[in-house]
Each structure stands twice: as C-alpha cells, then as structure tokens.
Design a protein around this ligand. Structure first.
Ligand code: FES
Length: 96
C-alpha cells in the first residue's frame, strides 16, 4: 500500500514582504505567484511563503526561489521568471 506522501514540496519561493519590497512590487507579485502556482497545479511541489526584510532593500523587490535571489523583480516580470525557473529544467540551472 502506498500513499501520496512523496508529494513533498521540492521547491521554495520566498517573497520579501518588507516595506520596500512590498511597495515596489511584491504587493502585486504575491497574487501573480499564487495564481501561477494554482493554474499550473504546482502547489504540491512548491512551498510559497513570505519573509520580513532581509536587508536587500536596495535591490527591492526581492524574490528568492530555491536559494536564488531575484532582484528588482517587477510584477510584469514574475511570470517570465517563474517560467524560466520551472519550465526549463525544474530549477536545476546555475543562474537566472
Ligand atoms: S524590504 Fe525586502 S529586502 Fe528589505
């Protein structure tokens, strides 16, 4: 007998919700990421969470995917970044 416990999150998206990142774009990007994950049924393999300011405000808005820091991410760029990350090779690339 097997269960579906293998469906553990394999990827992690962390969106900075600090004031600089939030006001410069992550306020909108958070909804874009949620929709992206839902539309592609990725919630089972992707953990999506927010964080407080991590002292990268000069590069705001910041989104971190599997440890890769994406800086100055405008809402209109979010889908492109996620596509690049998740459609290419599952995030096994070296740089953005
Ligand atoms: S508010 Fe995001 S790094 Fe400071």
């Amino acid at each position: 007998m097997s269960n579906d416990s293998n469906d553990m999150p394999q990827h992690e998206i962390i969106m900075c919700m600090g004031s600089a990142c939030f006001t410069r774009g992550n306020k909108h990007s958070v909804e874009i990421v949620k929709q992206y994950l839902a539309q592609r049924n990725l919630q089972a393999i992707v953990t999506f969470k927010g964080c407080l300011c991590n002292n990268r405000c000069k590069a705001a808005p910041v989104i971190t995917i599997d440890g890769h820091h994406f800086e100055k991410v405008l809402p209109q760029s979010v889908t492109e970044i996620l596509d690049h990350f998740f459609l290419n090779d599952g995030g096994n690339h070296e740089s953005a």
